[in-house]
Design a protein around this ligand. Structure first.
Ligand code: OGA
Ligand code: MN
Length: 292
């Protein structure tokens, strides 16, 4: 057997306990790992890793081309532009990194082509707290009524890094030209599994294209609550040495900040450049156009 795997919850997540990702992985082993990740609806936990930033980058590259740190990121704890330090640690009076994602979101969904996979490696984890929650967005879509699905498949949402609901304080300052709002389909077809998933988040989705604000707000509020219900969630409690790989194309996640000021936490994060999101309607229109 190439590696041992065990489910982490009924609807998402798989733990791989006996694979050292710094060792050369054959294409066959990596293909099996990728399949295990997709089959587990996008959460892969690789336990007991010891990774330098170059080793993490090398493994991350197996999932696709690396995304470099955005230029706006003020904290650069490590030399490699592929690695973001996610931490509340203070060294010599300076913050080593930043805490990110203390709200439901999908990484970089405010980009035209958001990241596909994110890899987060736990270097220093709190003895309690600091969990990360993941919500299965295939299930969020599948459990809607047929009529709601039909309506949502036609709609696009606006996704904004400066979403007022998330960054109230940022509205005080002049909006920089980086990160203009982008539109994405509300239902996203996963390019590898061809399954449909909800693709909205309370963190970054601000409007629905073509709907008045009051209608959009009511629909979005319903979707935010529906898509993050406890039954759809796996809550990861970190062990030092965990490398968690998650799929932003079919998951939302939330970094629970219950530890800051009590414990320190330090993670290294890499991310993989993804495709422009495509909805089921656009897919069928595109294939009809090819057929015609
Ligand atoms: C992130 C993120 C989760 C965590 O880095 O994008 O959401 O628990 N992190 O730190
Ligand atoms: Mn995140």
């Amino acid at each position: 057997m190439m590696f041992e795997s065990a489910p982490l919850s009924p609807h998402l997540g798989v733990r791989i306990s006996n694979l050292d990702v710094t060792k050369p992985l054959s294409d066959e082993t990596f293909a099996a790992l990728r399949k295990a990740w997709l089959d587990a609806n996008g959460v892969l936990v690789l336990s007991n890793q010891t990774l330098t930033p170059p080793q993490q980058i090398a493994f991350s590259r197996r999932f696709g081309p690396m995304k470099h740190r955005d230029t706006h990121r003020a904290f650069e704890g490590v030399e490699h532009p592929e690695v973001v330090v996610v931490s509340n640690k203070v060294v010599d009076g300076k913050r080593l990194g930043r805490i990110s994602g203390v709200f439901w979101h999908s990484d970089s969904s405010y980009d035209v082509a958001p990241v596909s996979a994110t890899l987060l490696y736990g270097l220093e984890v709190p003895p309690a707290g600091g969990d990360t929650m993941f919500a299965n967005q295939y299930l969020a879509y599948d459990t809607l009524s047929p009529r709601m699905k039909t309506m949502l498949c036609e709609l696009k949402s606006v996704n904004d890094y400066y979403n007022p609901a998330t960054y109230k304080n940022r509205q005080q300052v002049e909006r920089p030209s980086v990160h203009p709002p982008v539109t994405h389909p509300i239902v996203r077809r996963h390019p590898e599994t061809s399954r449909d998933a909800l693709y909205i988040t309370r963190g970054f989705t601000s409007h629905i294209v073509g709907l008045p604000a009051d209608e959009a707000t009511a629909i979005l509020e319903f979707l935010f609550t529906h898509s993050t219900q406890p039954e759809f969630i796996y809550r990861h409690h970190w062990q030092r040495g965990d490398l968690v790989v998650w799929d932003n194309r079919c998951l939302q996640h939330y970094a629970v900040n219950d530890y800051d000021g009590i414990y320190t936490r330090c993670m290294h994060r890499t991310s993989v450049q993804g495709d422009v999101p495509v909805g089921p309607g656009e897919m069928s229109r595109a294939s009809q156009a090819v057929a015609a």
